[in-house]
Structure formats: C-alpha cells, structure tokens
Design a protein around this ligand. Sequence first.
Ligand code: GRG
Length: 299
Amino acid sequence: MTRPLAFQPWMTAVQARMEAALARHLPPADALPARLHDAMRYATLGGGKRVRPLLVFAAGELAGAADEALEVPAAAVEMIHAYSLIHDDLPCMDDDSLRRGKPTVHVEFDYATALLAGDALQAQAFLVLAGTPAAADAASQLRMVELLAQAAGSRGMCGGQQIDLDAVGRRLDEPELEMMHIHKTGALIRASVMLGALCGAPLAAAEGARLDHFAKCAGLLFQVVDDILDATADTATLGKTAGKDQKDDKPTYVSILGLGQARIKARALEEEALAALAPFGERGQRLAALARFIAGRSF
Ligand code: GRG
C-alpha cells in the first residue's frame, strides 16, 4: 500500500489541481461577453488558500472517493466562495479595495460587472455540480446540489451576511455572534465537508453526524482565527485590509471576548473538531491535519 502524502505536499498538490480544474470549469476569458468572463476568472484564479476545496478533498479521502470526482464539488464550492468575496467587497457591503493581494473586482473592473460576475459564478457553480457526474448515484448528486443551495442561500451564507449587516454598531453577545458565523462562514465550510463525503462510499448515520459535527467546529474555528488575524496580522500578510472589523465597528470574537479568550476559544474548537474525528482513526487523519492548519494559519 502506498503511504499517504504528508500534509504540506498534499495541500500544494490539491491547490495546483484546483487551479487547473477551476480554469477548465470557468468560461474561457475570450468567450463573449469577454469582460464578464474575464472578471469571473480574475476573481477565482491565481489566489486564495483554497480551504473549502481542501476540505472537500480531505472529507473525500475519509470516504474513499476518487480525486477526479472530488474536483467537481470542490470547484463548485470555490466558485460560490469567490462569488461571496466579490459581493462582500462591494461598496454596499464591506467596501474593500484589496482581496487576495490585488484590487477587488469592482475596483479592477466596475461595480456592475462585479455584481454580475458574482451572480454568474454562483450559477456556474450549480452548472458544474449538476452537470458533471461526481457521486456514485444520481440521488447523491442531487443531494449535493441541495446541500450547496442550502449553504449558499438565506438559511446559510446570505442569511449570515444579513445578520452581519443588521449587527453593525450593535453589541452582540457570544451566542448571537456564533449564530451569525454558523451561517455566514460555517455553512459553506460544512457543505464542503459533506459534499466531499458524498463522493465516496455511504457513511453510517452516526459517522455522518460525527463528520457534520467536525465540520461545524471547523467552520467556527476558521472564523475565530479569521477574527484574530484581522486584529493581529498586517495587510501585506493577509492580502486584504487588516483591522477592518474594528474600523467598521463590527462585532467579532476579539471585540466580544478579547484577544486572549478568543485564542482560548480557537484552541477549544480545534480540540472539539479533532475529538469528533478520533473514531475514524486513520481515515480522519487528513481532515485532522487540515483542522490543525486552519487553527495555526497566519494568513
Ligand atoms: C448577494 C449582494 C449579495 C451579497 C452576498 C454572500 C455574501 C454577500 C457574503 C458572504 C460573506 C462572506 C464573504 C463570508 C466569508 C468570510 C471569510 C472569512 C472570507 C475569507 O475566506 P478565506 O480566508 O479567503 O478562505 P481566501 O482568499 O483564502 O479564499
């Protein structure tokens, strides 16, 4: 039996694989309307950590899925993520000019093109997921479409963004903040894990519940670390404007708990995520390494 790749080379390989897969699954830059396709590719290619595709691949490894199949949901979740970043950066949302170390889409192109590029990326995600066989059977593929739609919509990411907008300038308590992030950031992270698993052999109900608990912890962990980095890292390292949450008077884990307690919260979530994986033994090792990466990331 071949030994599994160590985490760092595995991550680099998945990131490279996804760059090629996304380039293939996006409309060509010179196809009409070229400006829109150019903006979609600008937003999606050549940057980002690809955390959500990495989660798809790691969960797929746990379920014994083939890498070729995993490219499909991984491309779909990254397209939804890229769309959310475009819209999140718009003047009517966070109004930011830097993303992934380059000008945001509405700055590089224009507001209307950015809006359309986000819309079109969302549609492209579902086109790819519905139109490219990835799961073992049609029912599982349909379930993937359903899970992604749920995660992206008003009871998922968009709903979380609305809670976020409503919270500006208001003091949230920790349960309210958690509710916001379970939707805004957590829903797509959770869907990434479940879509990856759906590409492999069916999990027993208890295994599925355990994996979902891992995904929920990983989503919150990702956000707590994001809040800590916004308060402690610099713009060059992050590739996006640092200190923005405080400047915009946004409730974050750091503003509510303080930096020290936010770090303790991150550690507790990491441990809870790892504990949820423990019964999977070797099969859960890739996801465990990814959870540790999410906890320890510096950008
Ligand atoms: C429909 C107008 C309209 C807006 C919707 C969907 C939406 C606005 C906002 C979603 C909120 C959002 C962007 C959540 C994700 C927050 C987050 C932590 C993003 C950064 O993710 P990373 O660090 O980024 O994975 P990279 O660049 O590495 O991919």
